[in-house]
Structure formats: C-alpha cells, structure tokens
Design a binder for this molecule. Structure first.
Ligand SMILES: NC(=O)c1ccc[n+]([C@@H]2O[C@H](COP(=O)([O-])OP(=O)(O)OC[C@H]3O[C@@H](n4cnc5c(N)ncnc54)[C@H](O)[C@@H]3O)[C@@H](O)[C@H]2O)c1
Ligand SMILES: N[C@H](CO)Cc1c[nH]c[nH+]1
Ligand SMILES: [Zn+2]
Length: 441
C-alpha cells in the first residue's frame, strides 16, 4: 500500500507533450530550414540577446580560456580524465568480430564512428560545463572526427568554463548558440554550420522537443529533458542527506521532479521537514521551490520490494538507493537512467566528477534506453564475404528456393546465377537464356 505524505502529479510524455512547446519548436525549425544562418541569428538575438558571431575562432577560444582561474582548468582536466577512462572502458567492451560460418563464408561486424556529431551543452539557467565533458569527450573516445559544440551565452556572456571544457575535450568547432536554433542548425546545416549526422546532449523542453522532431533527418542520442531524481530509502537513511540530495536536482528548474519512496513514515516526515527548512536559504530556491511544490512527492510503502517496483514505474532519470543493502537494487530494479548506490555517492557526483555519463533519459524514456555512452556515437555495421565457390553455390541454391517461397523472382535469380557459375547448376530461366543466346555459356 502506498501512503502519500506529499502528492504531486507524476510527469509523463503524455501530459507534458506541451502543444505550445511542440508548435513553437516546429516554427523555429521551419525558419532555420528556410532561412539558414539568418534565422539562427534572429532567434539567437530574440531568445539570448546575442548579436555577435556565433563561432568562436581559436584565438577567441584561447582568450576566453585565459580568463579562467587555473584551478578551474585543472578541475576540468581531472573530470575529463574520469569521463574518458570510463568511456574508454566501455568502448573496450565493443568488439569487432569476424566468424567463418561455412567454408570460406566470413561474416563480420565493425563499430564505426559517425563522421560528424553535434554536442549540445545547456546553458540557459546555469552554464552546464560538465555536459561538455559528457558529450565531447565521449564523442572523441568513439573516434568522431568532427565534433561541433554549441552552448548558449549565459546572461549575455560567453560561458568561459564551458568553452574551455569544449576545447580541452577536443571539440572541432565551438559556437555560442543555444536552444532550438542551435539544434536545428546542427541537424539541418546552415551556410556556416555544415550538418552533423548525430546530435547529443541534454536540454530544456524546447531543446529536447527539437531533437525529437528532427530525429530521422539526424540521429539523436536519446530524449534527455529536464532533470529528475528519485530516492529509495529505508529507516536507516539520513533524512538530512536525503533532503539535501532531493533539492540538489530540484534546483535544475521548475520542471524537475524530486521523489522520495521510503519504507519509513518517520523518515518521510523528517525529510519533508528538512526540505522546508533548507529551501528558503537556497540561493537557487526560485527554481527548487516551484519544482518541489509542483512535482515533489514523498511516498511511504510497506517494504523494499514494493519500493523498487514503484520506483520502476517512475523510470526516473536518477535513482539514489539509501538502504542497508543498496546493491540489491542492481537485481531488483529495471527501469532507471542511472543508479547511485549508498550514501557515499549521489547524483551530483554523477553530474560533476565521478566519470559515468550524466546525459540520461527523462520522462520515462529509461524504459527503452540507457544514457549517453560511447556506443551512441558508433554504428555497429556488418559485412560479409565468400571466397569458396562451393559455398557460394550452396547458398545460391537455398537463396533461389527461399526467395521463390516469398515470390521474389529477382532475388532468386541472384542465387541461381551463382549456383550456375560456381557449380554448373542451371535453373530453367538460365537454360532458356542460354538457348536464346542472350547469355554466353
Ligand atoms: N537529462 C539530462 O541528461 C540532463 C542533463 C543536464 C541538464 N538537463 C536539463 O537541461 C535543462 C537546461 O535548460 P536551460 O533552459 O537552462 O538551458 P538550455 O540550454 O537547454 O536552453 C536554453 C535555450 O532555450 C531557448 N529558449 C528559452 N526560452 C524559450 C522559448 N520561450 N521559446 C523557445 N526557445 C526558448 C533559448 O534559445 C536558450 O538558448 C534543464 O532542464 C536541466 O534539468 C538534463
Ligand atoms: N543533473 C543533470 C542531469 O540531469 C546533470 C548536471 C550537470 N550539472 C549539474 N547537473
Ligand atoms: Zn544536476
């Protein structure tokens, strides 16, 4: 049984597929498609007050990086090393292979990077420097030769740490450009930004919807919209820690749900009280407050099995598990973007420092996809080769029969000619062609 100590609607695609967002995005995409750079410039000015060139050349990038405290640069290097190490370990799990399935018949698979990727780094409310590590470092580990990185100006300024992170991660083109206009420019191509093959990176509802609408014309990593957090906690969890962590993600913006599922009513009540005490003193209360008020939930369940099952139904972007045996969630939970096991870690570590990728599915997309990883920038392609004529003839005969079962005469004939060339077996239509002299014996 579920007791609601604090209720709120549960976000889903159905009730947040805000038509005004979809319509607004469609209009901007159509304008960029029609007017290219001119439309991009118009929207950059309208939404972000940006009238300068969007591309930062190398000299400008260097100038921007030089303004940073060296400690900031050192920290960027440290975090990018963590992200790179884990991404490389994941890359190493992807094997190219070639097997001989019949004599002289070789089937293979290779992992081939997309040739151009767009890395979107959000920056409307906060300059999300860390998203540059996640999108650009990972693309480069995959071997993507051309990475275009876009981020909006923050309060009219170039976000210096984000630009440094893009540069250190190996971005090939850096633009101060945000929102739908950035997504559409990278996807469709403009006079100044040649189109990419795949778009990656998170963003607000406009950015996420733009990627969704453009999918097909361009590849996308996943649906990664406004941040979500869910905590599963038992009676042994620290209520102060839980409250702090819930608010850590609520501060992303007023659309960010923060949910606690606990087996302890006492813990639930303590967390509620801590949140109320903490919120007024938070410099980011303007975002965290509405997020908590409108989307925060505290749910008490009978046992942990019920907690895991309920958490699965949310399919939340992040799930922190603060229980006596947090690792059991690895077996018992199925639908989440990323798990954070035990009080030693938290979503903020995933966001900022630990090395797993923080670009993760939202609005239930975790039911069908994991987060961004090196594999998203790669295509698993196959190839085949036959060097043994007898095998080609054998497959040709089966191909002829199998294709005719499906009424594919043209397909069947591709098999027939090989059975003839390599084993001398003549199908009736080949006999006729020989007799008519339309083909040489
Ligand atoms: N799921 C994930 O992996 C993940 C990771 C990091 C961040 N996020 C989310 O990314 C989001 C970042 O949002 P943000 O707004 O701070 O930055 P953003 O860069 O995503 O969006 C800013 C842009 O939105 C556009 N915009 C603003 N108002 C608009 C309007 N009315 N119409 C059309 N376009 C408009 C502007 O062009 C602006 O450049 C947050 O919701 C955060 O939770 C998600
Ligand atoms: N929590 C975000 C993912 O939803 C990622 C992030 C980066 N910086 C701060 N937060
Ligand atoms: Zn975060």
């Amino acid at each position: 049984m579920v007791l609601h100590l604090k209720s709120a609607p549960t976000k889903s695609f159905a009730d947040t597929a805000q038509h005004d967002v979809a319509a607004r995005v469609a209009a901007i995409v159509a304008d960029v498609r029609r007017d290219g750079d001119a439309a991009v410039r118009r929207y950059a000015e309208q939404f972000d007050g940006w009238t300068g060139p969007t591309r930062l050349d190398d000299a400008r990038v260097e100038e921007v990086v030089a303004t940073l405290d060296p400690q900031v640069v050192e920290d960027i290097r440290f975090v990018q090393d963590q992200v790179r190490t884990f991404a490389q370990a994941q890359r190493d799990t992807l094997v190219d292979l070639e097997v001989e399935t019949l004599p002289g018949v070789r089937l293979g698979q290779k992992h081939v990077p997309v040739q151009a990727a767009g890395a979107y780094v959000p920056g409307g409310k906060y300059p999300l420097t860390a998203s540059a590590h996640m999108t650009v470092v990972t693309a480069k580990v995959a071997g993507v030769p051309r990475v275009v990185a876009c981020t909006p100006p923050i309060r009219g300024e170039v976000p210096a740490a984000t630009v440094a992170a893009m540069k250190l991660a190996g971005a090939d083109e850096i633009h101060v450009l945000g929102g739908v206009q950035a997504i559409a420019a990278m996807a469709l191509g403009t006079e100044s930004i040649p189109a990419v093959n795949l778009l990656a990176g998170p963003g607000n509802p406009y950015v996420a919807e733009a990627k969704r609408q453009l999918f097909g014309e361009v590849g996308i990593d996943l649906f990664a919209g406004p941040t979500e957090i869910l905590v599963v906690a038992d009676e042994g969890a620290d209520p102060f820690l839980v409250a702090v962590d819930l608010l850590s993600q609520a501060e992303h913006g007023p659309e960010s749900p923060a949910v606690l599922i606990t087996t302890s009513r006492t813990l639930g009540e303590q967390v509620l009280a801590h949140v109320e005490r903490l919120l007024p003193g938070m410099p980011t209360a303007d975002y965290a407050g509405p997020a908590w008020r409108d989307w925060g939930q505290v749910l008490v369940v009978d046992d942990l099995d019920e907690a895991y099952a309920l958490a699965d139904r949310f399919a939340s972007e992040h799930v922190q598990v603060f229980t006596a045996d947090p690792r059991e969630a690895l077996e018992k939970m199925h639908d989440y973007g990323a798990l954070f096991l035990g009080e030693g870690t938290c979503v903020s570590y995933g966001d900022k420092v630990i090395g797993t990728n923080h670009v993760l599915p939202t609005l239930g997309a975790a039911r069908y996809t994991g987060g961004l990883w090196v594999g998203k920038y790669l295509r698993t392609v196959t190839y085949q080769e036959i060097t043994d004529p007898a095998s080609s003839a054998r497959l040709g005969e089966v191909c002829g029969r199998a294709a005719r079962v499906e009424l594919f005469e043209g397909h069947a004939r591709s098999g027939d000619v090989r059975a003839w060339k390599h084993a001398g077996r003549r199908a009736a239509w080949i006999e006729e062609a020989l007799a008519a002299g339309t083909v040489a014996p």
